[in-house]
Design a protein. Structure first.
Length: 252
């Protein structure tokens, strides 16, 4: 739920999910459509399908217990490098590098001496591995400490270098804070008027109905019929919507 979504929006939804489905087996017993409906407006609803599929996999492969092994975690639907290592480190106390955007920014500035991280996140995993202390407990604290440093002090737009506890060790500061000249990750297009907005409108229409939604009802959610058709086709291809024009559309 936290992937690309602020914590403040996740907390109430997480509480609802844990009350309804306290274990992976509970979620696995529900339908994918139930998961998508309960996802509500968190955005990127494919994550709801992945979370449901991960619960099924955990139930079938691991006896309903979330695994601690990074490779086994990576084999679960929707789980990438950050999530797998975060679970292994913060839930099970194992020693692994955990790299999110905040840690990548600290590494870029303090270690590499550039203003922003480049697009190659895999290299930052290796760099973080070299920074970690040997003991698992100290490594866990280092992971969370550097993450918080990036989130609260070494921020993207207004770094508070005067308050930074590692300012005297920072390669970026020592170099005179040079401007970033590398390749940035692509900037996501604005939400208003995007296919993402249209997909969200279609999903909202389906979540609000317990019966298939007709094609004529779908036609009312957006004025640009070509864009609407493209968004609906994408949702069908992603498995977030099932059905066809003649019989109506619904959640999976």
């Amino acid at each position: 739920m936290l992937q690309q979504t602020p914590v403040v929006r996740v907390i109430p939804r997480l509480e609802e999910w844990l009350e309804r489905w306290p274990t992976p087996a509970d979620l696995a017993a529900a339908s994918p459509g139930d998961a998508v409906r309960a996802w509500d407006r968190l955005g990127y609803p494919r994550r709801a399908l992945n979370l449901h599929a991960a619960a099924v996999a955990i139930t079938e492969r691991h006896g309903g217990v979330v695994p601690s092994d990074v490779d086994e975690l990576l084999a679960l639907p929707g789980v990438g490098d950050y999530t797998a290592r975060a679970v292994a480190v913060f839930a099970y106390g194992l020693r692994h590098p955990v790299v999110d955007v905040n840690i990548r920014r600290v590494i870029a500035r303090a270690v590499t001496g550039v203003a922003e991280p480049g697009p190659a996140a895999k290299r930052d995993l290796l760099a973080m591995e070299e920074l970690l202390p040997e003991s698992a407990e100290d490594a866990r604290r280092a992971n969370v400490s550097i993450m918080e440093l990036g989130a609260l002090v070494c921020t993207a737009r207004a770094p508070r270098c005067g308050e930074c506890p590692i300012a005297e060790l920072c390669a970026w500061k020592a170099a005179g804070f040079p401007a970033f000249t590398g390749t940035r990750a692509p900037v996501q297009k604005k939400f208003e008027g995007s296919d993402r907005q249209v997909r969200g409108l279609i999903m909202a229409e389906l979540r609000a109905s317990d019966i298939p939604v007709t094609a004529s009802e779908i036609d009312l959610v957006w004025h640009d019929k070509k864009q609407l058709s493209r968004a609906l086709a994408g949702l069908l291809a992603d498995g977030l919507v099932t059905g066809e024009s003649a019989d109506g559309y619904e959640l999976p």
